[in-house]
Design a protein around this ligand. Structure first.
Ligand code: NAD
Length: 266
């Protein structure tokens, strides 16, 4: 049997980019997907493109706990309890130090971190009761250390890693597995404004193939592509002053100073 056949999978951020393509691939692989996103229209459109009865959707903001829980309950009434969560909803926003605004910082943390926590809360009690489940969240290579102009995004994704690290150990005895996904740059609407000059940009098909391979194996952690994934691992473990120096040199070499001003995610 294929790994996703008749799996019921909740996907947040299903209206665009990686969440949308993951939803499509999983339905094609035989899963039943419940998609959540802010607006109804892209979800309605996706449902019309997919096999009838395999994609249910609800418009909800992942930062609004009550609305999200209500949306997930409606989806579970329609398709049954979810076996997996794939939390993709996220935003990228520049938070440069010379125009630092803690309100921007809060917005990013609320969607990228609290939104994941709210999504986990929506499915976890049921998974614990059924003694099985799989929680997956889209973090980022930006989670490994703070990057210029991306303080909030990096902090949000580091938080996602810590959240999933803790859950992984606590939930294993309950039969629930956890997968942290750390992609580098992927060509989606989130990165469209950054142009083509970003290093090692992946096409969404390539990224989603790697993500779903890790999800199918219930791999604990996946980071790609190399060599960027190896570089950020090294940056994390270097002494901080040396890590700063190496990173500045790498950014200059890869992008030039001008591009630094445009960095804002992922
Ligand atoms: P995207 O902008 O194409 O899709 C993000 C989706 O999340 C959108 O449909 C958006 O409406 C939804 N969303 C945003 N805020 C929401 C909210 N409050 N409630 C519900 N839905 C909300 O971006 P993407 O590139 O597909 O990103 C998907 C995930 O992958 C994000 O978590 C992102 O941080 C992560 N990621 C992306 C890249 C990249 O290069 N594209 C790299 C690493 C990680």
């Amino acid at each position: 049997m294929r790994p996703f056949t008749d799996d019921r999978i909740l996907i947040t951020g299903a209206g665009s980019g990686l969440g949308r393509l993951i939803s499509r691939k999983l339905v094609e692989a035989g899963a039943v997907v419940g998609g959540i996103d802010l607006a109804a229209e892209p979800l309605e459109q996706l449902a019309a493109e997919l096999a009838p009865g395999r994609f249910a959707w609800a418009a909800a903001d992942v930062t609004d706990r009550a609305a999200l829980l209500a949306g997930v309950r409606r989806l579970e009434t329609a398709v049954g309890p979810f076996d997996r969560l794939i939390a993709c909803a996220g935003i990228g926003r520049a938070t440069p130090a010379d125009a630092f605004a803690s309100a921007d910082f809060e917005d990013v943390i609320r969607v990228n971190l609290i939104g994941v926590a709210n999504s986990v809360e929506a499915v976890l009690p049921g998974m614990i009761a059924r003694k099985k489940g799989h929680i997956v969240a889209l973090s980022s290579l930006a989670s490994f250390r703070g990057l210029p102009k991306m303080a909030a995004y990096c902090a949000s994704k580091s938080g996602v890693n810590a959240l999933l690290d803790a859950l992984s150990i606590e939930l294993r005895p309950h039969g629930i597995r956890v997968t942290t996904v750390c992609p580098g740059w992927v060509r989606t609407p989130m990165t469209a404004r950054l142009g083509d000059a970003l290093p090692h940009m992946l096409e969404p098909e390539d990224a989603v193939r790697r993500i779903l391979a890790a999800v199918a194996r219930k791999q604990r952690f996946v980071a790609f592509p190399n060599p960027t994934a190896t570089l950020v691992r090294i940056l994390r473990w270097l002494p901080p002053a040396m890590s700063d120096w190496v990173l500045q040199r790498q950014i200059k070499r890869a992008m030039g100073n001008a591009k630094l001003d445009e960095m804002a995610g992922p």
